[in-house]
Design a protein around this ligand. Sequence first.
Ligand SMILES: NC(=O)C1=CN([C@@H]2O[C@H](COP(=O)(O)OP(=O)(O)OC[C@H]3O[C@@H](n4cnc5c(N)ncnc54)[C@H](OP(=O)(O)O)[C@@H]3O)[C@@H](O)[C@H]2O)C=CC1
Ligand SMILES: O=C(CO)[C@H](O)[C@H](O)COP(=O)(O)O
Ligand SMILES: [Zn+2]
Length: 339
Amino acid sequence: MLNAVYRLVAPRRFEVEFTEIELHNVIVRPTHLSICRADQRYYQGTRPAEVLAKKLPMALIHEGIGQVVYDEAGEFQPGQRVVMIPNTPTEPDTVIAENYLRSSRFRASGFDGFMQDYVEMGRDRLVCLPPDIDLRVAAFTELITVSVHAISRFDRIAHSRRERVGIWGDGNLGYITALLFHTMFPGVELSIFGVDENKLADFAFAEETYLVKDIPKDLVVDHAFECVGGNGAQMAIDQMIDHIAPEGTMALLGVSENHVPINTRMVLEKGLRLFGSSRSGREDFVRTVSLFAENRELVGNLQNLIGSVIEVGSIADMKEAFETDIRRAFGKTVMVWKN
Ligand SMILES: NC(=O)C1=CN([C@@H]2O[C@H](COP(=O)(O)OP(=O)(O)OC[C@H]3O[C@@H](n4cnc5c(N)ncnc54)[C@H](OP(=O)(O)O)[C@@H]3O)[C@@H](O)[C@H]2O)C=CC1
Ligand SMILES: O=C(CO)[C@H](O)[C@H](O)COP(=O)(O)O
Ligand SMILES: [Zn+2]
């Protein structure tokens, strides 16, 4: 079967390559794709030159849903809407999660992502979506699974005093992590720390929000999540260490291109636990899709994150979607994939 793969060949330049796709496993036609910060780092060329040289050309996008067009085993029906799991393990492991195995591959980071007419997927890399789900929200399911994964790990690692939890970052990941935390632990008070009053106003379900320049000196949280990344990560981690109670747990989710210095003296003195959380695996997708089906209010709040919805049927449209996303301060850009 003929396929078209739309690869980023250089910053801000997509090219199409026509390839043959063999009718193996499950063939999915992507329908709704959502742009992640990681895609933007490739699109804008802000990753180091040696990384770009190694990874490009590559089809971007690891957040997406589609419809099954063919299943060699006949388990998925044609037309079934599915969310696609970008992490692709190559070996089983009973201890280490699939997303931390060094042998796993991740779409749009190690190999082609979802900007293709058709994608061949292993059947365990697909999870069926509820029939009435908002497809624009479902498009960024992967980002939601990242929060679900981090919160699940937090639950295993953090001690049991959970009166107040702080979340640093007033962007998309901060919003989703706060919302999912509120959904999974409704009794815990949430304090959100960000840089923009308008963005903080959207966290209506949280107990309190603070501008990071105005945090009261005596404010204390039991545990904290960092959802900032980039150049802001250092200041955020510094503040988290200052405002966390002894023996608190800090989850680090933001991706930074440069090494971030950390106040290890206070990490030691307070006996803190720091853990990194990256990506997600099948069990996080299954749990997230169940939450969609069970919790209408959650999906309603996630709709606040739908930013731009752009029909994409050409390379010019792809560029337009990425450029629109750059101009957007908050919210997700969803490409309705018409190729
Ligand atoms: N661990 C994982 O698997 C994943 C990690 N990520 C990473 O998480 C990070 C955040 O992603 P995303 O939410 O999409 O990006 P956003 O840019 O939407 O969010 C970051 C937010 O943090 C704000 N900010 C900047 N400095 C501070 C500060 N000192 N304290 C609090 N907030 C601050 C930013 O404001 P402003 O824009 O004004 O600077 C912005 O609103 C990125 O590095 C991304 O790559 C994303 C997906 C998965
Ligand atoms: O967005 C992510 C997962 O949803 C991660 O940030 C992304 O996997 C990092 O990838 P890369 O190493 O290519 O920047
Ligand atoms: Zn991502």
